[in-house]
Design a protein around this ligand. Structure first.
Ligand code: COA
Length: 327
């Protein structure tokens, strides 16, 4: 029989440095009103000069393990979803695995940009479902402040830094992940991209290692794909929108989130929002949001929680989680 992957622990880390919209007004030609009206963002956190993705991941991971009551050496696997690791290799996951003392765990990074967390929990759940592994740490950790062009008002106001983590453990149901829906359309890589360091020299067009984005194009795909993905994941779980207790979406833009909620027919109080405080923290946004939803008492046993995300690729994914730690 296939096993269910339960979420038994959660943790988050946000750097101390708060950057408000008013502070960004001094850097680029923007305004607090424009940013809040178009995105809902009021402020974001930025990593300290000496802080890297693995530092933040380790802090979130330790909190998640403490909540789960799982010792690091009990972990079978560590997955870190990130596109901003301090090194391409070794993986951020291996650095985290060593730092937390997960000496019996395998480790790898997963790159699906802002869809990284949903992709990572989906991957982890397959290992648990088949009985290959019993305890898995999934972390999203991002330092987008290092890949932003701080003179480009179209992107620098949107993102922030942070990390979130969950521990997944084997359960016999009914709590656990019930379904996943994932998709990708790689036909327009130019609407959201970050160049790597290994492009063919003959084809090299520039040395820009900052995010490039066509915001309005991304916006349209985001709303469409997230709505469709949620509907498919719910149908696969044998549930309807009326069964959803809380949508915990990727926090990129309040308008995108509200549009998805509206298309799905969900009341606003069933859609979790914290983008106003942190901006878009990419693969970290859903686990950070989950932690805050739990802290705010918004999630109880047997609730149906839906995670949904989209990101560069473009790629998207949704998953339905019946909440219950088994404790
Ligand atoms: N401050 C002030 N003006 C800005 C601005 C800023 N920070 N950024 C862009 N503008 C300007 C544009 O230059 C444009 O000016 P123009 O009409 O003179 O050309 C105007 O605002 C409108 O831009 P537009 O792109 O049409 O606005 P929008 O309503 O689509 O909102 C985004 C822009 C970026 C907020 C929105 O498209 C979005 O959120 N897209 C998705 C991005 C995203 O989530 N990316 C991450 C994916 S995981």
């Amino acid at each position: 029989m296939l096993k269910y992957a339960r979420v038994t622990g959660w943790g988050k880390y946000l750097p101390d440095k708060v950057v408000t919209n008013q502070e960004l007004e001094k850097k680029v030609n923007t305004s607090d009103t424009w940013i809040q009206t178009r995105t809902g963002i009021k402020e974001r956190r930025l990593a300290a000069d000496d802080e890297v993705a693995s530092d933040m991941a380790i802090k979130a991971a330790k909190d998640a393990l403490a909540v789960a009551g799982v010792k690091p050496e009990q972990l079978d696997l560590v997955i870190v979803a990130t596109v901003t690791p301090e090194m391409i290799f070794p993986s951020c996951a291996s650095l985290v695995q060593h730092a937390i003392g997960a000496k019996n765990a395998a480790a790898f990074d997963l790159n699906a940009a802002c869809n990284g967390f949903v992709s990572a929990v989906s991957t982890a759940s397959q290992y648990i479902g088949t009985g290959t592994y019993k305890k898995i740490l999934v972390v999203g950790s991002e330092v987008y402040s290092r890949i932003l062009d701080w003179t480009d008002r179209g992107t620098c106001v949107l993102f922030g830094d942070g990390a979130g983590a969950v521990v997944l453990e084997t359960g016999d149901g009914p709590a656990g992940f019930l379904s996943f829906n994932m998709g990708s359309d790689g036909s327009k890589p130019d609407i959201l991209y970050l160049l790597g360091i290994c492009g063919a020299p003959a084809n090299k067009v520039d040395d820009n290692h900052y995010i490039s984005m066509n915001g309005s194009e991304v916006y349209k795909v985001a709303v469409r794909s997230m709505t469709k993905s949620c509907k498919k994941a719910l149908a696969d779980a044998g549930l309807t929108i009326n069964d959803v207790n809380l949508l915990v979406p990727h926090q990129a833009n309040k308008r995108i989130i509200q549009a998805v909620g509206k298309k799905l027919g969900l009341n606003e109080d069933k859609v979790f929002l914290n983008v106003q405080k942190y901006g878009n923290t990419s693969a970290a946004s859903i686990p950070i949001a989950l932690c805050e939803a739990v802290e705010q008492g918004l999630i109880k046993d047997n609730d149906n929680i839906v995670f949904v995300a989209f990101g560069a690729g473009l790629s998207w994914g949704a998953s339905v989680l019946k909440w219950g730690t088994g404790r």
